[in-house]
Design a protein around this ligand. Structure first.
Ligand code: GLU
Length: 380
């Protein structure tokens, strides 16, 4: 793969674009910078017209909602009491929703607002649930706009910055690229605002925590994250098979600019998202039950197919949707582990059925597969 931004964007199929508060919100009047956002929407619409899927992670709720509460924002957001930030976020997410809907309307693109907490991306069941919602929206050609669910989270369970949230989202949906639009055009060997000799780093091929030494804290004003949280995001992204670019969003049409010649820092991942996901599954699971499958299903799984109810002969144990299960052949040999889309009780009702009969038997369906191939890890 090339190291050129344009080629990396061109090769990506599923892209997460993170937009920081400083870019979205005019620091002086506390309103959305609608003209700039319209230009980003035009860039994203262009990517979508090339068949790509795009998810936006947007900050700015607290910054947009603060005026209504009379909050002085000249200090760091961290100096504002939590309950005030949460109330401001509740007001501001309505403004985020309006600003994005307005920006995408000329391109006939519909946006959907999703508020996520860290546990929705980290714990297996909420993760699967949020993932299914996001993938459904993408399948219907919608643009999910995600922010952290600031309004109810307590200090201990917040990301606090959307840089890491964006990386978790990219990991969750198996994105191949995360573009972090920020006020800086990438990583430097020092703080370029303080140090004239600081040099721009265009490419990081092997992320290492040593890079954190180069990062400064977030500047005062609307920023929350700064370079440190962007590097933490780079660590999450590159481990999950996601390439990440930090690029300046100061210009209009910043993604198109990046595709031309504007500077940025590319953090390359050497993994493929699906491989990384399977690694995540193997390291996070403790099997709650097992399925005995017939010889035809063993062959299908080994040929890279999903597990359908028709191939299952018996279900042991008690598990819920999203739990991990072992998959055994009729001699008791372990074939795979996987995350199942139906509970043990549901599974017992549909076992042996054709997938088209699931809805008739249960009265609803969560899809044709008992375990999707992306959620299956074959045993060596
Ligand atoms: N979730 C916060 C907001 O919408 C922003 C976090 C960040 O600045 O990254 O205001």
């Amino acid at each position: 793969m090339s190291n050129n931004h344009s080629d990396v964007i061109h090769a990506a199929q599923r892209i997460v674009v993170k937009i920081g508060s400083v870019l979205l919100v005019d620091e002086k009047n506390g309103h959305a910078r609608q003209d700039w956002l319209n230009s980003v929407a035009s860039d994203i619409a262009a990517l979508k017209s090339q068949g790509k899927e795009v998810v936006v992670v947007s900050s700015g709720a607290i910054a947009l909602g603060r005026q209504a509460l009379g909050i002085d924002y000249t200090n760091r957001p961290s100096s504002i009491p939590l309950e005030q930030k949460q109330a401001a976020a509740a007001l501001g997410n309505v403004e985020i929703s309006k600003a994005y809907a307005q920006a995408f309307a000329p391109f006939d693109q519909q946006t959907a607002l999703i508020l996520l907490s860290p546990r929705d991306t980290e714990e297996r069941k909420p993760h699967l649930n949020a993932r299914a919602t996001l993938l459904t929206l993408l399948k219907h050609n919608k643009i999910p706009v995600i922010n952290e669910n600031d309004t109810v989270s307590t200090a201990e369970i917040r990301f606090g910055d959307n840089d890491r949230l964006a990386a978790r989202v990219a990991q969750m949906i198996g994105a191949d690229l995360l573009i972090q639009l920020s006020t800086t055009d990438g990583l430097y060997t020092g703080d370029p605002t303080q140090d004239d000799t600081a040099e721009h780093i265009p490419l990081v091929e092997n992320y290492s925590d040593d890079l954190l030494d180069m990062a400064g804290e977030a500047p005062a004003g609307l920023s929350t994250g700064g370079m440190k949280s962007k590097l933490e995001a780079a660590r999450i992204a590159t481990k999950a098979g996601v390439n990440m670019i930090i690029a300046s969003g100061k210009l209009d049409n910043p993604i198109a600019a990046l595709q031309r010649d504007v500077k940025g820092t590319l953090f390359k991942s050497s993994l493929k998202p699906l491989k990384a996901r399977k690694k995540w599954i193997s390291s996070h699971v403790h099997a709650e039950g097992s399925l005995i499958i017939d010889d035809g299903a063993v062959k299908a799984l080994q040929g890279g197919k999903s597990l359908l109810p028709a191939g299952v002969a018996k279900i042991d144990g008690d598990f819920a949707m999203g739990d991990a299960v072992q998959i055994l052949d009729k001699h008791g040999h372990m074939i795979a582990i996987g995350l199942i889309n139906y509970s043990a009780n549901e599974g017992r009702l549909i076992l042996g059925c054709k997938s088209t009969d699931i809805a008739d038997v249960l009265g609803y369906s969560r899809g044709d597969t008992l375990i999707h191939r992306d959620d299956l890890v074959l045993q060596a």
